[in-house]
Design a protein around this ligand. Sequence first.
Ligand SMILES: Cc1cc2nc3c(=O)[nH]c(=O)nc-3n(C[C@H](O)[C@H](O)[C@H](O)COP(=O)(O)OP(=O)(O)OC[C@H]3O[C@@H](n4cnc5c(N)ncnc54)[C@H](O)[C@@H]3O)c2cc1C
Length: 157
Amino acid sequence: MRSTQPGRQRRPGPPLRALTEAEGPRNCGACCSTSRARRCCNTAERTAFGRSVADFQANRFTLAEIATEVQVARVFLDQCVAELVAGRLSAVDAAMAKWWTTELQQRGVTRCLQLHRGYGYMQEYDVARDFLDARASTLYAGTTEIMKEIIGRSLRP
Ligand SMILES: Cc1cc2nc3c(=O)[nH]c(=O)nc-3n(C[C@H](O)[C@H](O)[C@H](O)COP(=O)(O)OP(=O)(O)OC[C@H]3O[C@@H](n4cnc5c(N)ncnc54)[C@H](O)[C@@H]3O)c2cc1C
């Protein structure tokens, strides 16, 4: 962001800085990915052999696993959001939140897609769009590998 005074660079205050520096977009992406991972668990009613698809234990286990991972991610994200708002979110925590939640979204939506019946493959429906977007979410604002690089470097003695 440029100052109106030529030759001087104005550093934005905390709220704007939260949106313009890398931690903000990474944390924002992490929040989106987590909520989209959760919504893919809301499977459409589909009956097979006289029962809802979600009534089959194997499918219930799939949904339970994803819902649990989402809940765990939310707890960490709540902490990250509070740190971000306070202007204290570290690059390492932002990187952890970003790679973990975007990979979670990808894993979750890939597993849940077929539980949504044919709607899972039609782009008019959220789950199909989430399937496409999940892959890109692991790339923009820094790829998973770059996030791990940031974290890994912080662990060096
Ligand atoms: C849908 C989408 C929207 C985007 N929107 C924006 C936007 O709004 N604004 C913006 O500025 N950019 C945007 N981007 C760009 C995005 O942030 C970059 O493409 C991304 O960060 C990867 O950087 P790069 O393209 O320079 O690839 P590179 O950094 O060259 O990486 C290429 C490959 O090498 C791997 N790699 C690189 N370095 C290492 C390493 N040290 N160790 C291991 N692997 C490594 C990467 O993981 C990746 O797989 C968008 C990208 C996508 C896909």
